[in-house]
Design a protein around this ligand. Structure first.
Ligand SMILES: CC(C)(COP(=O)(O)OP(=O)(O)OC[C@H]1O[C@@H](n2cnc3c(N)ncnc32)[C@H](O)[C@@H]1OP(=O)(O)O)[C@@H](O)C(=O)NCCC(=O)NCCS
Length: 116
């Protein structure tokens, strides 16, 4: 079996007209519950550009704790932006209001080389 870091990173992007309706929160909860329950993730990481209040608010309300900053240099090599980093432990994941029900996990695990 391959070495597993059990470390999950998320990033999400919604069309502008779908933002601010709670969808990003539900999306992240679904992915995190899947990572913990089905893939055995032990640490989950997320980052949001400083000032990206919606992204950072989703992290905070789902139980992440702040984990410092990372500096991202733009592709042109000139500019940069600071990213606020967050970490989440499985037991701190806020799962309300909906349970996440996963189907087909065994087939997915097999497709990426994990034991069933
Ligand atoms: C980031 C993103 C995925 C979040 O999804 P979303 O559906 O818009 O977020 P939600 O509606 O679930 O939650 C947003 C939260 O941010 C809060 N928020 C939004 N703007 C805020 C502001 N200016 N100040 C404080 N809080 C703010 C909202 O109040 C809400 O929290 P609440 O439910 O406790 O009230 C989505 O906005 C998006 O795709 N943005 C553009 C791409 C992007 O920035 N992706 C992240 C890259 S790091």
């Amino acid at each position: 079996m391959p070495f597993m870091r059990r470390w999950a990173e998320t990033g999400s992007w919604l069309l502008r007209h779908e933002q601010g309706k709670g969808i990003g929160t539900l999306m992240r909860q679904a992915v995190l519950a899947f990572a913990v329950d089905e893939l055995g993730a032990e640490v989950m990481e997320s980052g949001g550009m400083v000032g990206n209040q919606a992204s950072l608010a989703v992290s905070r309300k789902l139980g992440y704790v702040p984990n410092g900053y990372r500096r991202h240099v733009h592709a042109d090599g000139v500019g940069w932006r600071d990213v606020e980093m967050y970490l989440l432990a499985p037991g701190d994941l806020v799962r309300a209001p909906y349970p996440v029900v996963v189907t087909g996990a065994a087939a997915f695990r097999a497709s990426i080389g994990l034991p069933s």
